[in-house]
Design a protein around this ligand. Sequence first.
Ligand code: UDP
Length: 317
Amino acid sequence: MRLLVTGGAGYVGSVVAARLVEAGHEVTVLDDLSTGHEDAVPPGARFVRASITEAHDVLADKDAVLHFAARSLVGESVEKPGLYWANNLGGTLALLDAMRAQGVGSIVFSSTAATYGEPERSPILETDPTRPTNPYGASKLAVDTALSAYADISGLGAVSLRYFNVAGAYGRFRERHTIETHLIPNVLKVATGERESVKVFGTDYATPDGTCVRDYIHVQDLATAHLLALEAATPGEHKIYNLGSGTGFSVQEVVSVCREVTGHAIPAEVGPRRAGDPAVLVASSEKIRRELGWKPEKAELSRMVEDAWGALSGKSG
Ligand code: UDP
């Protein structure tokens, strides 16, 4: 297929773009490099440096879009909500209108567990209430709502994948944020000597060891889900799937696994809770397993940390 991958210079987008190229698709990456890196665009993909509001011409000959380009920092979204509404919702509406104008009928959208907010139960099902607790999650949920409307009105075939915590790497394609807020990259920065210690945000949660529990999914398993979602896009339907490994790991457990994998002591300090962090976020991925036959192959946290560490220390090719 001829595919447009928006945000294909970012972490998840670059891994998916690489897998699509390997699967024989003709891939064009559209990215404004506001947070991505041009050298993350995989060889074999065409690169267009532009915003998602400027996608009209590049969509002319495309069969489908995989849409990753977005602002994705929860804290920043609380400080600058307008940026999130404009980019994530406004930008996506412009993209959807350009797709409609050019007759591009399928989209796979990078949604998030943040659409659910503080869950009432665990694991979270796709039918559970969506009450985002920050503008990032709210802007992604608004796109999900828009996709349902476009599916109804214009026959768009849409699939939203709601990621939980993405980790790991694919060869050299890894997480590289200028402002790093995520746990695993921050813990590994201690092992590389870039930071002296990791701060654990809160040890007084109602969880077995008092630290927050999250569901980590390997970026390669996530990429596989995108390839399946692309095939599953059906005109006039908007399908939504959670994506996690179905197992929760606490912050303390993550730090321990990073110590084992890197052989570094990784000093940890206890800090206050981070605003807006739910105690436990674990996905039920039963629906995508059942309907699309998806199965994680690297569900062990140690595999994710090993691959992230390998890419960081230049051990993988
Ligand atoms: N966390 C932490 N120290 C850090 C970064 C994150 O203790 O330096 C905690 C954070 O409070 C949350 C968990 O690790 O409970 C996962 O956070 P992350 O930002 O990686 O993902 P999120 O679940 O917020 O999407």
